[in-house]
Design a protein around this ligand. Structure first.
Ligand SMILES: Cc1cc2nc3c(=O)[nH]c(=O)nc-3n(C[C@H](O)[C@H](O)[C@H](O)COP(=O)(O)OP(=O)(O)OC[C@H]3O[C@@H](n4cnc5c(N)ncnc54)[C@H](O)[C@@H]3O)c2cc1C
Length: 508
């Protein structure tokens, strides 16, 4: 048996490492236990074809919470962060394209080639995002209010929130309250007429949710992304992990790989007293923070007799349906049509809805909705010189596919993705020298994502503000000493680091 720690962190994804580093900074004795042989969780570099590496499962790291970078001194540990969001290319069929650049005037000129009205309205859209940004950022970067009681401090916080909302001005406040619960297709239809622009802008609204553009509240998902997306990491998410590991280790935090937690132990007063690993080792601590998914934490690691009926019921009903697959391609040249590191293949609402429909009935859509990135443009070491890594995020791919994720089903999925890709980037198939397909089932098996859900639980209006469930909405759980700190907590998934930072505030 090891000597006691002040805190044990389950999982060395970015949130687990951030929580550990904050605790290390407070002088606490901390150990991070990771089941994989590598740190970083979803942000880990992998070689998927000889000489070609993906920088991690995710493609866009523009949401990173800069307070984490500052507090933990990550720039002094080698993290390079640019204060601008990545350029995004919207690509339609027949070489239709719109490049959304940093410079709004250039984006306006690109949109004007499709519609002069949309070009003007794009400035209005950007203005709306800029106007509501302070409020959205404030809501999603601070501890969520405690809605369970009327303690004076909490009432004051709610009042402050209301005041911040009111300070947006009457027109902006009313517009925000009106549009947030809307479906993203109705919202964007109010602004624009060009299908390529509308469908391309809507992508973040679908990420990590069981929705299509015509589903309610998808506008909130879009606003949450657009208001917070503001930086670019040239080294990708793996560079964040490298800097976090350096920061953690410089503070004496122990990070142990190949250490799968089997169970969390409680004393006879029902307080956490430590954990046991699969290999039989045990670690003692009165505090355990889990960055694993809520369902895995409560249903696989906590003994069943510790769960009250309410807790078990709520966790069971926390929706976590995976809808995303990933494909990495090794290309023998950089695609000539590509003008940005993020490319959204745009169509129209009907095509996107048609992609969602089969997934509801556990089928693979004929034409999945695709977002591409070329991480090797930012980090040339990922591919041989002159070659490229193309990373594809395919939406509307069901975890619970009828008949299961057999080899034949994987081939069907790969073919559907490649055929859609070829219709936007003609000839791309001929440049492919290697590939990797990752289904929602693989995301569960290899990365511990319950049902392959990319954000540790769906982003839905009822699962964001009291996340994952009301009794755990402020990182503490009803079980004394057990805290959550991963993407299944407020403010949700994405490479923000905010859950890891805020979870520490919950520990007294
Ligand atoms: C396909 C895909 C695409 C995505 N695209 C984007 C994107 O473009 N932009 C974006 O911002 N976000 C994206 N995301 C979401 C983002 O990657 C996640 O929300 C985020 O990385 C989760 O970080 P985390 O630290 O909370 O958890 P994780 O990275 O999941 O880390 C949890 C860690 O806990 C470990 N663990 C689990 N159980 C145990 C156990 N019993 N014992 C020990 N260790 C355990 C796991 O191995 C893992 O390392 C994407 C996710 C996926 C899957």
């Amino acid at each position: 048996m090891e000597k006691p720690y002040d805190a044990i962190i389950i999982g060395a994804g970015h949130n687990g490492l951030i929580a550990a580093t904050y605790l290390g900074k407070k002088g606490k004795k901390v150990v991070v236990l990771e089941k994989n042989t590598f740190p970083g969780g979803l942000a880990t570099r992998t070689e998927f074809h000889t000489g070609y590496r993906s920088p991690g499962i995710l493609q866009d790291s523009s949401l990173l919470d800069y307070k984490v970078v500052q507090d933990l001194g990550l720039e002094s540990k080698g993290l390079v962060i640019q204060n601008q969001r990545p350029e995004i290319m919207l690509l339609g069929r027949n070489h239709d394209e719109i490049l959304l650049e940093q410079d709004a005037e250039k984006s306006v000129a690109a949109i004007a080639r499709h519609s002069k009205k949309d070009a003007q309205r794009y400035l209005d859209y950007l203005q709306f995002i800029q106007d509501i940004r302070p409020f959205i950022q404030s809501v999603f970067s601070n501890m969520p209010p405690d809605l369970s009681g009327f303690a004076p401090g909490q009432v004051m916080k709610l009042g402050q929130l209301g005041w911040k909302l009111r300070r947006l001005g009457k027109a902006t406040m009313l517009q925000l309250l009106k549009v947030a619960p809307m479906c993203v297709s109705d919202f964007l239809d109010e602004y624009f007429e060009t299908d390529l622009l509308k469908s391309g802008l809507s992508f973040p609204a679908l990420l990590g949710s069981f929705t299509s553009p015509r589903s309610a509240y998808t506008t909130l998902n879009l606003l949450m992304w657009d208001c917070r997306s503001k930086c670019y990491l040239p080294g990708g998410p793996a560079a964040l992990i490298d800097s976090l590991l350096k920061a953690a280790e410089s503070l004496g935090v122990e990070v142990k790989m190949d250490s799968e937690v089997k169970s969390i132990h409680f004393d006879d007063k029902n307080c956490v007293e430590g954990i046991a690993l699969e290999n039989g080792d045990t670690y003692l601590s009165p505090i355990v923070l889990s960055s694993a998914t809520p369902r895995h934490t409560f249903f696989d690691l906590v003994p069943n007799y510790q769960l009250s009926f309410e807790l078990e019921h709520d966790v069971k009903n926390y929706r976590s349906r995976g809808m995303t697959a990933k494909m990495n391609l090794a290309l023998d040249r950089i695609p000539s049509q590509v003008k940005a590191s993020i490319i959204r293949l745009g169509s129209d609402w009907a095509t996107m809805e048609l992609a969602f429909d089969p997934s509801k009935y556990r089928q693979i859509p004929e034409e999945p909705t695709l977002e591409l990135s070329i991480p090797s443009l930012g980090d040339p070491q990922l591919a041989p010189e002159g070659h490229a890594v193309l990373s594809i995020l395919a939406h509307h791919i069901p975890y619970n596919l009828e008949g299961g994720w057999t080899d034949a089903a994987k081939t069907t999925l790969s073919q559907a993705i490649l055929s859609a890709l070829d219709s936007y980037l003609p000839g791309i198939s001929e440049t492919i020298v290697g590939s990797e397909i990752i289904t929602p089932q693989d995301l569960e098996n290899n990365y511990g994502l319950t049902e392959g859900q990319i954000f540790h639980g769906e982003h839905a209006i009822d699962q964001i503000l009291a996340r994952p469930i009301p009794s755990c909405a402020r990182y503490a759980t009803p079980l004394a000493g057990l805290f959550l700190c991963g993407s299944g907590t407020f403010p949700g998934g994405g490479i923000t680091g905010t859950p890891g930072r805020l979870a520490i505030e919950a520990i007294r």
